[in-house]
Design a protein around this ligand. Structure first.
Ligand code: ADE
Length: 233
């Protein structure tokens, strides 16, 4: 079983996302174990401080290294498996489907969610952590980013989705957006399901889907296409 530990100042933020739908089922079925460590439990003084003013001045507060290191060392010992350590920060490498696939083959991850103006640099240096950003915007903390990363990884684990092949046609998995999907009814408000999908000809359907995926990617996300695909019709 894979294991993902998350270090955070806001463990409650993970309650609901980890306890519904696919993430819940994956944990219940022993596909992944997800554990949350509370950095504040490792605060050093009686006020429970985990952040302080930046040296050199400037706005906001910075996460102190002590509580993060102590929480990390406690959590690491909860399993013998060596973890890959990841800080969630807007400074990180941009997360994408390829990264999700890469991380889904790791046996163990420790994700560290930051708050405030950021991490004391010694956290990254001392823990040998890599950094991941979920996009070029700033959110209020790494919690939502950690959940995005967990969600994208867990759905790729064998057995996590009911249908083993479900994620194979996902957008981005073949470098393209997904083809259009339809379900019943056949006609809805004068909009009809394309005839080809009702034809039963699986070869033709597969070809149509590939064309549609390429068409939509050209129209909506041309940045995803390589030079050969741009000229392909
Ligand atoms: N923390 C704040 N913004 C973030 C982002 N874009 N990605 C990851 N962590 C973050």
């Amino acid at each position: 079983m894979k294991r993902i530990d998350v270090l955070t100042l806001f463990p409650d933020a993970f309650e609901s996302p980890l306890n519904c739908s696919i993430l819940k089922r994956a944990q219940e079925n022993g596909i992944v174990e997800i554990a949350i460590g509370n950095i504040r439990d490792f605060a050093k003084n009686k006020h429970g401080s985990v952040d302080d003013k930046p040296y050199g001045g400037g706005p906001g507060m910075v996460m102190m290294p002590g509580p993060v290191f102590d929480c990390f060392e406690h959590v690491r010992k909860l399993s013998a498996q060596e973890p890959r350590v990841i800080l969630l920060t807007p400074q990180g490498q941009r997360f994408d489907q390829a990264k999700a696939a890469e991380l889904s083959s790791e046996e163990r991850l420790i994700l560290i969610a930051g708050k405030y103006e950021g991490f004391d640099e010694r956290i990254r240096l001392g823990l040998g952590a890599e950094q991941i950003s979920i996009g070029d915007y700033v959110i209020n903390g790494g919690e939502l980013a950690a959940m995005v990363v967990i969600d994208a990884i867990v759905r790729l684990l064998p057995g996590a989705l009911g249908d083993e092949d479900s994620h194979k046609d996902d957008s981005f998995s073949a470098g393209l957006l997904e083809y259009p999907q339809y379900t019943r009814p056949e006609v809805f408000r004068d909009m009809k399901v394309p005839d080809i999908l009702l034809s039963g000809d699986h070869g033709k359907i597969a070809q149509w889907r590939r064309e549609q995926a390429l068409e939509r990617t050209k129209r909506w996300r041309p940045d995803l296409l390589g030079e050969t695909e741009k000229t392909e019709s």
